[in-house]
Design a protein. Sequence first.
Length: 154
Amino acid sequence: MDYFRKIAGWQRAAKKYLAGLPQHTVTRPRITPEEAAEMAATQHRIQQRPKPPLTVTSNLVGREFGILLAWERQQVPGTGTPPDYVMFCGCGRFCTASANALLRSRKTHCGCRTRERKRVRAYRLKKSLERQGRKRQHWKRHWAMKSVRLVTQP
């Protein structure tokens, strides 16, 4: 998946996610050009610092994990468990993932790649059976008779 398709998917997922949230108005603060220049210089200084390693307590919002983008942190206060994140996928869906799964690269998509692999596998199997002149695999042809034989044998 190229970068532009991934961004378009994130935008679709954001639109779906934000449609389910209550509406609120945002007021933008007025910033003078001097303040904007100072903020840009501060951001540049922060980017030049060495980055500490990511941990479960790090804020992962805005980071990419595979084709997932961390959008919002959801932590249950007082439980002490690692937070979950609302993730936007490149396919256009959104899901939740734990910080542990993200940092250990166990969650890199919402399940869309698994569904795609299953779909492609079924299509390839269908085409290979068509080339052989069959409609289904041998073991599926007489499965009911096999169960009858197993039940009726002494």
